[in-house]
Design a protein around this ligand. Structure first.
Ligand SMILES: [Zn+2]
Length: 78
């Protein structure tokens, strides 16, 4: 089962919860073990080895036609 890190904003304490994907999917929030409330509990992604890469290439900057990459004389391309 996957584990999730949660932070209680009330107690400023983090705790780890194991729940199934199914439970997670329902949007269940665990209770803070300290104050027993789930109201101020948020999920944190601290030391979990999951890196979400969402790199999108948006709007490729086309150099102006006057710019000559191979020549490199105009200086507009850096
Ligand atoms: Zn708490």
């Amino acid at each position: 089962m996957p584990r999730y890190d949660y932070l209680c904003q009330k107690c400023k304490k983090t705790f780890e919860v194991t729940m199934t994907y199914n439970e997670k999917d329902k949007g269940l929030k665990p209770k803070c073990p300290t104050c027993n409330s789930s109201k101020d509990v948020i999920q944190v992604f601290g030391n979990i080895g999951i890196v979400s890469r969402d790199v999108k290439k948006t709007g490729t900057n086309n150099p102006p036609s006057s710019c000559n990459f191979s020549g490199g004389g105009c200086g507009c391309c850096g």
